[in-house]
Design a protein around this ligand. Structure first.
Ligand code: 2HA
Ligand code: ZN
Length: 273
């Protein structure tokens, strides 16, 4: 089967375009990665180059040894993924130690995987472990309203979680564990990857101050839907704070407890004080 004919590649390309259409991917902003299933690799095994050069990941992810990932390319534009996928995205394989990668398909005009590869792979390593292999998608987007909030709210998990939960009734159901926040850090390296992956032990969403958001999920729909929901809540909060200095009414902690009971989700008490 041709790589571009597989469902997972088509779904990946669609998600890139969905993010572009939302306005979250100016220029080369944002990146996406998918941990490919063995059955999906079997469909395209004849199309992969397993002799290409091995390069350093820049961190160590032994929990991902031998895994294949579909990822966006460094410096590539989400806007162009649907127009020329073979130029914009690639499949990489992680070596037996979890320290190097090789490009097995894509990036036909040269290049390397996303500059945020250390964050993507460290998040994948944590999520593969804590979800028993269920989570496969890590998505980084420059969501406008979430970024705006990082200038006016304290950079604390509890504050962001409660404010976003209060912004729309479905929020605590969609992200019952809450969201984590990373202080401003230099992007692209191991330090921000370590800080983000630590939050991914606990949350499916990590907000990078003055930069964007990372989301993790089982598949493309759930992961895009998660980030979409969080950003929509942020948009509502931005509008509320633009209209009023303080809210006249809101969803209370007791309301959240009732919601959790009816929808069968567990909301940490630490966020309900
Ligand atoms: O340009 O989003 O964080 C890609 C990025 C880096
Ligand atoms: Zn970014």
């Amino acid at each position: 089967m041709e790589v571009l004919e597989t469902k997972f590649v088509k779904d990946f390309i669609k998600m890139c375009n969905d993010g572009w259409e939302q306005g979250w991917h100016e220029r080369n902003g944002g990146n996406l990665s998918y941990r490919i299933k063995e059955s999906e690799i079997a469909q395209i095994s004849g199309k992969l180059n397993l002799d290409s050069e091995w390069k350093d990941i820049g961190t160590s992810v032994p929990g991902l040894k031998g895994e294949y990932f579909l990822v966006t390319g460094s410096g590539k534009y989400f806007r162009n993924v649907i127009l020329d996928p073979e130029d914009s995205i690639c499949i990489v394989r992680v070596d037996d130690k979890g320290e190097k990668y090789q490009i097995c398909w894509g990036l036909v005009n040269g290049g390397r995987p996303t500059s945020e590869l250390p964050s993507h792979l460290m998040n994948h390593e944590v999520k593969k472990r804590v979800t028993n292999g269920k989570h496969r998608v890590i998505y980084h987007a420059h969501c406008t309203n979430l970024i705006a909030l990082t200038f006016v709210l304290p950079l604390e998990d509890k504050v962001f979680t409660k404010e976003l939960w209060e912004s729309a009734t479905e929020c605590p159901v969609v992200f019952p564990d809450g969201v984590g926040v990373v202080d401003w850090m230099v992007p692209g390296g191991r330090d921000i990857a370590v800080a983000t992956s630590k939050l991914m032990e606990k949350y499916d969403v990590a907000i990078w101050a003055h930069h964007g958001v990372f989301g993790s999920g089982e598949d493309f729909d759930l992961t895009f839907g998660l980030v979409h929901t969080v950003e929509k809540a942020a948009e509502i909060l931005v509008k509320v704070r633009s209209m009023a200095n303080s809210k006249l009414q809101t969803i209370t902690s007791d309301d959240f407890r009732k919601l959790a009971k009816d929808f069968g989700v567990t909301l940490p008490e630490e966020f309900l004080q």
